[in-house]
Design a protein around this ligand. Structure first.
Ligand code: ADP
Ligand code: SF4
Length: 698
């Protein structure tokens, strides 16, 4: 298909200092939970993005010295020659597709406690660690600043040696360099503090020194916040930022602009929609002649074109859209816009770094699996047989299994009990702020339309008899899970209904099905992710008095990993939802819910007419057991292979569902080594040599 000429502008090359980006698609630095620990996994993933058309592909933050170590969050590093070798694997893969590779140099300062290296973190002053560790920083004296500049220069030289094309001075996000700019933090009495000229001195020196070190071949980029903060009215306060920007505007080769509020810049779709940074960017291009890149969870080519044409940016920055669809640029280029797998803004990708594990993505099940499993986002092995596959259930699991099997060329029957496809994402996307979750269904439904070998049977609730009647060779049960009315007390599931009562106890499935509680309501959240808060909001907006209680110490605890917990709680408080933490639900009699403090055991009554239990889910596996019972539990006696997949096997987040569906499709008829299902990316000390003592010999 030909590309729409309206989008031609996105494929113009952009000169960035001594290098030229082949187009305007720019994958900004983003964390991956891999960093220095998993160089092969990382390199393959970045290489796939270059293959998919991203003209620039950057690393995550690279520590420049062991006194800036972020474990358990796995950063990249540029400490020594082994880092140069590791990065070269990535730059080779990126260059192989004609893209530029960028390296972001980083020094954490107040945000790092150096739990791995045990080095003392340096900052412009003696500050408490800002991410909760009981450690303080050492106030840098002038010789420390000199040493720091030396480390930065050395790291830049290593980046050049590793064949990077763009090297960053990272002056935002509350890390060391940005703190020098901050008038409230930087109260130094020397030439690095006080006046605007003094506070910008370090950034200026770093730009100049990086240019001096590597500028003959590499572009020097600066990552910088356009604003100081957001006012009460939501309007950006530029403060001195504009003046600072004017002072530095022509120094670097590229400006990578973001904003002070990370929860907006990296906001979840529930609260933040496409292009949220535009109001902050208004002055930037008028002050510099250098190219500008910024992010905005851009998935619409029309928005991208509009950003460029209206002079907001020169390059379309993306982290999440490039994760959800590494081939987004090529799809626009080839006129395949309908096939773009749009990011849903769930931030599950970010949770990898929060937890210290490799990245995963709700929309793109191959993310992070490119090297260790050899999964490619756009290529899949053709079928190995003429088998017919029946998939029962068209939630995210069943849809992805059907799509990927269809791509492989199998004859697929996809049966869904309801009229609408999508299962849980269809249901959840009707709740406040959640509409973008429907993209999980929309992308797959769209792709299935182009696969004549996949037949979809709607309003087809299958029984065991129906399954046998279709005479399939393989059956995958993707029948999902249902929210329970009970709660798990640590050992077993228990009812919260007070003895002798049958109060109104609802589940999220009831609420998403249209049920409404009859009076004041308690949302009881043991799931601790987003749904409890979303249900509370939904009920509050419907006019109910709502309280949200959780046994965890914070509201939406797991949403801290996706960087949305703070917004969730603020939002609920603004809506007038009462929030109660560290309390489990002991009983409910229809008039009063009794909560118990997790620490003191003290009981707290709360007057409500109804309770919504957002606790655990029960797999919908009755069909599985029915099929097994027909052969006395001897699965090998069935005339087809049988597997539970997704929530039907083990309820989990949506990313686990799309992954399960994809895995099933990849592994059908394939020979998977059950003992070694994936490659292990870690430092290999090598086979023991004859000279290596193997016992306790000294
Ligand atoms: P997952 O997240 O694993 O995809 P969901 O709960 O989102 O699970 O989706 C499961 C889907 O399976 C739902 O759309 C549901 O209507 C459907 N389903 C459940 N049981 C049957 C059945 N026996 N026959 C057909 N469809 C079913
Ligand atoms: Fe987007 Fe969610 Fe994928 Fe991240 S995990 S890229 S937010 S769809």
């Amino acid at each position: 298909m030909a590309r729409d000429p309206r989008y031609d502008i996105l494929f113009e090359p952009v000169k960035i200092g001594p290098v030229t980006a082949p187009n305007r698609f720019y994958q900004v630095p983003h964390c991956t939970g891999m960093g220095w620990q998993r160089p092969h996994t990382l390199a393959e993933m970045r290489g796939v993005k270059a293959e998919g058309g991203w003209g620039v592909v950057c690393t995550e933050y690279n520590s420049i010295h062991p006194s800036s170590d972020d474990l358990p969050h796995p950063s990249a590093s540029l400490w020594d020659d082994s880092d140069v070798r590791a990065h070269s694997v990535m730059t080779d893969k990126v260059h192989a597709h004609g893209a530029l590779a960028g390296a972001e140099l980083w020094y954490g300062g107040i945000r790092t406690a150096n739990m791995m290296t045990r080095e003392v973190a340096m900052e412009l002053d003696s500050f408490p660690n800002s991410v909760g560790h009981p450690f303080q920083t050492r106030a840098m004296d002038k010789s420390d600043i000199k040493t720091f500049r030396h480390w930065h220069r050395r790291a830049a030289l290593r980046a050049k040696e590793a064949e990077f094309d763009i090297v960053y001075v990272y002056a935002t996000h509350g890390y060391l360099i940005s703190n020098f700019l901050n008038p409230r933090m930087n109260t130094r009495g020397d030439e690095y503090g006080g006046s605007l000229v003094n506070r910008t001195r370090l950034v200026r020196e770093l730009i100049e020194e990086t240019k001096d070190a590597v500028g003959d071949r590499c572009a020097v980029a600066v990552r910088f916040s356009a604003d100081e903060e957001i006012g009460e009215d939501g309007v950006p306060i530029y403060g001195e930022r504009r003046e600072m920007f004017e002072m530095l505007s022509e120094l670097p080769d590229l400006w990578d602009i973001n904003i002070a509020d990370y929860s907006l810049e990296m906001g979840v779709s529930r609260f933040v929609k496409e292009a949220p940074l535009e109001p902050y960017m208004s002055f930037v291009k008028s002050v510099t002649s250098k190219p500008v890149v910024s992010v905005g969870r851009f998935t619409s080519p029309d928005t991208m074109v509009s950003q460029v044409k209206r002079g907001i940016v020169d390059l379309i920055g993306a982290a999440r859209p490039s994760i959800a669809d590494p081939f987004l640029p090529n799809k626009i280029k080839e006129g395949r816009i309908d096939s773009i797998r749009e990011c849903i803004g769930c931030n599950v990708c970010y949770s990898g770094d929060s937890i210290g594990v490799p990245i995963r993505c709700t929309q793109n099940p191959t993310m992070g699996e490119e090297w260790r499993k050899g999964w490619h986002p756009e290529k899949i092995a053709p079928k190995e047989s003429d088998s017919r596959v029946l998939i029962v259930g068209a939630g995210p699991t069943g849809l992805e299994a059907a799509r990927a099997l269809g791509e492989r060329g199998y004859d697929v029957m996809l049966a869904e009990a309801r009229r609408q496809l999508g299962g849980r994402v269809t249901a959840e996307s009707t709740l406040p702020g959640m509409s973008e979750y429907a993209r999980v269904r929309n992308y797959r439904e769209q792709e299935l339309q182009g696969l004549p070998n996949v037949e979809i049977y709607r309003e087809s609730h299958l029984t065991a008899e129906d399954v046998f009647a279709t005479e399939p060779d393989h059956v995958a049960l993707a029948t999902g899970a249902s929210w329970r009315q009970e709660r798990f007390d640590g050992e077993t599931y228990v009812s919260v209904a007070a003895p002798g009562t049958s109060p109104e106890i609802l589940t999220p499935d009831d609420i998403m099905g249209g049920a409404m509680p009859s009076g004041p309501v308690l949302v009881y959240d043991e799931d601790s992710y987003y749904l409890g808060g979303v249900i509370a909001e939904h009920l509050k907006l419907a006019g109910h008095k709502v309280a949200l209680a959780t046994p965890a110490d914070t509201i939406s605890d797991w949403a801290g990993k996706t960087s949305e917990r703070w917004r969730v709680r603020t939002h609920l408080m603004k809506l007038g939802v009462e929030t109660i933490v560290s309390h489990s639900l002991a009983s409910f009699d229809g008039k009063k819910a009794t909560l118990r403090c997790a620490y003191s055991g003290v009981k707290k009554p709360i007057a409500v007419a109804s309770v919504v239990m957002v606790t655990q889910r029960r797999p919908n596996d009755a069909l599985y057991h029915e099929l097994l019972a027909s052969v006395d539990g001897q699965i090998e006696k069935l005339p087809f292979t049988l597997k539970r997949i997704g929530d039907c096997e083990a309820p989990a987040i949506i990313a686990a569902a799309t992954y399960a569906g994809h895995k099933y499709a990849r592994e059908l008829d394939a020979s998977v080594d059950r003992d070694q299902p994936l490659r292990h990316d870690r430092i290999d000390v090598g086979a023991p040599s004859a000279s290596t003592p193997v016992t306790g010999a000294v």
